[in-house]
Design a protein around this ligand. Sequence first.
Ligand SMILES: Cc1ncc(COP(=O)(O)O)c(C=O)c1O
Length: 351
Amino acid sequence: MKILDTSTEVDFQYPENPSFGSANLPIILWSDLSADKEVCLSNTDSLPFSPFFSALHYGQSIFEGMKAYYLNESEVGIFRGPDHAKRFIKSAQMMSMDVIDEEFFNKSLEIYVKKIKKFVPTLEGHSLYLRPLLFAQDTVIKVRSSAKFKFIIMSSIVGNYFNKNSKGQKILVNKNFTRAFPNGCGEAKTSANYALSIPALEYAYSKGFDQVMYLDALTKTHIEELGGMNFFYVENNIIKTPKLEGTILHGITRRSVLELAKTLGFQAEEENLTLKELIKKSQDGSISEIFATGTAASIAPLAEIGIEDPDTLTIQRLTFNTHPIAMKIRAYLEDTHRDKTEHSKKWLIKL
Ligand SMILES: Cc1ncc(COP(=O)(O)O)c(C=O)c1O
């Protein structure tokens, strides 16, 4: 692989308390995916931009969200890099963007992380969020698959996702919210899914909630996921999450939690979960905790679900005060990120 490095030393102020996704590093890796597979390391603001780029118009764009953690003075660890590569390729194939392979993705990531290794934060709870992106860059105003794509890896310093004083996030569900549908693109990490989630998210914010929970689009009875995280509940000490049936993003943290839960001695199941059961079993106490999983937050305890009636706009509230099982799995997962568990051996790519 040919590497061209045109980056210059840029003064980067290390943020004390970075809010998620805003402390962006001044260096990126990019490639136009030419036959010689050249990748360029350059300053973040060095790329030309055309308002004609078809991704901006028609949304042919996919991405990943993954993290690198500080391990020791000489090493950082990328968490489940090859699994993110596989999901990226799958998203690309779903969106007619099959122009990159796993080897190119993994090698590019390695080149980039080696280059910016010194920026990976050492502070407890902090990490480097990596954002690989692939987008259509034809400059023809026509709906069709682009002939030209750009691949970029950028990154951002991220701090503690959790507010120490909060008992957990509050999520809102309303049958009028839709994120994905059968034969759509819910399983792809593509712009369209996030574009569609923004009005619902803004609505949830306006009602005092932090996130939206989505039900299946056709019957509005089955629980699917949150706008950017997978959903779990604990029923009689058994951990349950909705089955993946075509509309839910295959979360890497979700998969890790299912595996780690078993290691920690819990039973963990993938099932169809309904909102009706969630309400009933929360009221009778058989569901004791609910939580969400994702790269950004790892495991986020959920303190409240608001179920809003779309006609009357009244909100039924279910609250969950403690999350002992979620916290136990989170502690183990976070130790795994820092190379402290058996699972670290197979899930960390050390550079
Ligand atoms: C829609 C959606 N669901 C779930 C997740 C969690 O996936 P992961 O654990 O791979 O970050 C994300 C975040 O990437 C997401 O955007």
